[in-house]
Design a protein around this ligand. Structure first.
Ligand SMILES: NC(=O)c1ccc[n+]([C@@H]2O[C@H](COP(=O)([O-])OP(=O)(O)OC[C@H]3O[C@@H](n4cnc5c(N)ncnc54)[C@H](OP(=O)(O)O)[C@@H]3O)[C@@H](O)[C@H]2O)c1
Length: 281
């Protein structure tokens, strides 16, 4: 398997060009995360949001692989602070009545404990809050962990308004290094937001990349290009994204798909092929 070249973010942090997502795997989380890392993934995405992610089972996988010789510095670990609106109140990693600073502190302390690590490479705000003032209160609390060295970079997710992203960027002392968004038609594939992010060296991570785009995967030109390269449509679409500087997340549970997703770095799409796929967006 070709070793994919890691990207360097604006914070100077090395990030793999494809990430393994750990959502919705419940009690199978440890098994799938171990399998993904053993297959070759080095970037792991999770969240302090027990409703969808089992961070402690992600940590279990990292711990077990550590005993087998995997070094912490060989992994890129990203977790999220999930505001109250995204939590299940019966199972959440902080007191919803606490101040925003205390919520972030409790959540992040729990993430470090769960993940059995002294630092995370990337801490992402799961979504902007109702007002910019509230968003910045939480952001400033996240910045404190950047300053202490326990977080190496910050990011924002589910931010589909360019003006919101620009306001956060303008007000932040520690600028967002990544934005993680759903890659879909309803947001116009974030064309303007991605262009502005590229100018600011904010790397774009995509999720829902395959599930939201069956029409693109099943039609031309993706199928024709896939046949030409003897690859699957999913591989061609992921490769297209990585050649355009986007970091896709995949949460596949299939070993075959894990291998295929990593094998995208073994082939290259031509400028003409990239253009044809770009025209679909
Ligand atoms: N920030 C947020 O709000 C947010 C929201 C959702 C997700 N995420 C993150 O993004 C990660 C990925 O989630 P996702 O929503 O994009 O979907 P996903 O969990 O990766 O699901 C992709 C689907 O496509 C299928 N598939 C078919 N061919 C595939 C291939 N070659 N490679 C990969 N999958 C293939 C998978 O089936 P098989 O399992 O059979 O391969 C699966 O059913 C999550 O685990 C999470 O970390 C973040």
């Amino acid at each position: 398997m070709a070793e994919p070249k890691w990207l360097t973010t604006s914070a100077g942090i090395k990030m793999p060009p494809i990430l393994y997502g750990t959502a919705w795997k419940k009690e199978q989380t440890t098994t799938f995360v171990m399998q993904a890392i053993q297959t070759g993934f080095r970037g792991i995405d999770t969240a302090g949001q027990p409703k969808h992610y089992d961070e402690s089972r992600v940590g279990e996988a990292i711990g077990r692989l550590g005993e087998l010789g995997l070094k912490r510095e060989d992994l890129f670990i990203q977790t999220k602070f999930t505001p109250v609106s995204g939590q299940d109140h019966s199972n959440m990693p902080y007191d919803p009545e606490a101040s925003p600073v205390d919520q972030v502190t409790q959540s992040f302390t729990s993430s470090l404990r769960n993940l059995k690590t002294g630092y995370v490479d990337s801490l992402v705000l799961h979504s902007p809050l109702a007002t910019l003032r509230q968003t910045m209160e939480v952001w400033n609390a996240m910045e404190a962990f950047f300053k202490s060295g326990e977080v190496k970079q910050l990011g924002i997710s589910n931010c589909y308004s360019l003006s919101t992203l620009q306001s956060i960027y303008a007000k932040a002392e520690v600028k967002p290094a990544v934005v993680q968004n759903r890659f879909y038609q309803a947001s116009g594939y974030d064309i303007d937001l991605r262009a502005w992010s590229a100018e600011k060296n904010i790397l774009y991570q995509s999720f829902w990349t395959l599930t939201a785009n069956p029409h693109l995967l099943a039609g031309n030109p993706v199928t024709t290009i896939a046949a030409r390269h003897n690859r699957t449509s999913a591989q061609v679409f992921f490769r297209f994204l990585t050649q355009r500087g986007i970091v896709p997340l995949t949460g596949t549970r299939s070993e075959q798909h894990m291998k295929e997703d990593l094998a995208i770095f073994e082939f290259e799409l031509s400028d003409e092929e990239l253009k044809l796929i770009e025209e679909l967006l």
